[in-house]
Write a new protein. Structure first.
Length: 278
């Protein structure tokens, strides 16, 4: 029985590597409303999942950075991925961010995964130290503030929008800059997809092969123009991998970052069984 239990825990862990992290938040908010946002962690974009109990410790609370640059935690309320602001927000542009702390995952010969590095899992065949970052912009009471929107927050791997992502238009280039440890990340591939694209091939998405609708590469300043060719809720993503410092402990470190970019009015309505609190 114990063996079976361990096997089932490892099987659920195997999904860890296929999950994305992003922030679900309204593009605009009136000053009379309280902000509601989701720490979205799933392989089923744009729908968040309940965060497994054995992974809750990996996540920091959602953060909100005010137009003046001060950062604080949002309040967890409702399901374990749902957050709210303590009070209504003043006019301005706010950056909502999610952080998944650096976590070791070991992979075994039978394609299962478990938390911990190679010293903890000596029979593992591979190891990755993963960390993830998500970002979304909320404009309150029409207070668009490009300085606040374009200001780096300080995530280890960060997608910095160079314009307001909530004003992105179908068929128009949208500029972003990718930073790693605060410096421009050159020659890195940036991909993007939309809920309306994913909905056309749910079988692939559910098989951890989410269809992408844009791919580009950053220039020497870390910049790339994302080109959204359809309406939908877009998720811009970058992954940066490097050998881990000590190969006896782990093979590679990997950082994942996303930025949410709503384009036009069309949205996917594919999964009626998912209940949203927005």
């Amino acid at each position: 029985m114990k063996k079976l239990l361990v096997a089932s825990l490892l099987c659920t862990a195997s999904l860890a590597q296929a999950h994305d992290l992003w922030v679900t938040a309204p593009a605009t908010l009136s000053p009379s409303e309280t902000l509601k946002a989701d720490l979205s962690y799933s392989h089923d974009f744009p729908y968040p999942d309940e965060i497994p109990a054995d992974r809750l410790h990996i996540f920091e609370p959602l953060h909100i950075t005010s137009p003046d640059g001060t950062k604080k935690d949002l309040v967890q309320q409702g399901k374990n991925y749902q957050y709210v602001s303590e009070s209504q927000l003043a006019k301005g542009s706010y950056v909502i961010t999610a952080n998944y702390r650096p976590t070791f995952w070991s992979e075994f010969a039978d394609d299962t995964w478990a938390q911990g590095d190679l010293t903890k899992n000596p029979t593992a065949v591979a190891c990755q130290q993963a960390q993830m970052f998500g970002k979304s912009i909320v404009v309150v009471d029409g207070g668009e503030n490009l300085e606040a929107i374009r200001r780096p927050i300080g995530q280890e791997l960060e997608i910095v929008p160079l314009a307001n992502p909530n004003s992105a238009k179908m068929g128009k280039l949208f500029p972003v800059r990718v930073l790693f440890q605060g410096k421009p990340l050159a020659d890195e591939i940036v991909t993007a997809t939309a809920d309306t694209i994913v909905a056309r091939d749910l079988a692939a998405a559910h098989d951890h092969r989410e269809p992408q609708a844009f791919s580009g590469k950053t220039d020497k300043e870390g910049k790339v123009n994302v080109l959204p060719l359809v309406e939908g809720l877009w998720k811009v993503k970058v992954v940066h991998k490097a050998p881990f410092a000590d190969p006896k402990v782990c093979g590679e470190s990997a950082a994942y970052a996303t930025l949410i970019m709503p384009v036009g009015q069309e949205r996917a309505h594919t999964e009626a069984h998912h209940h949203h609190h927005h």
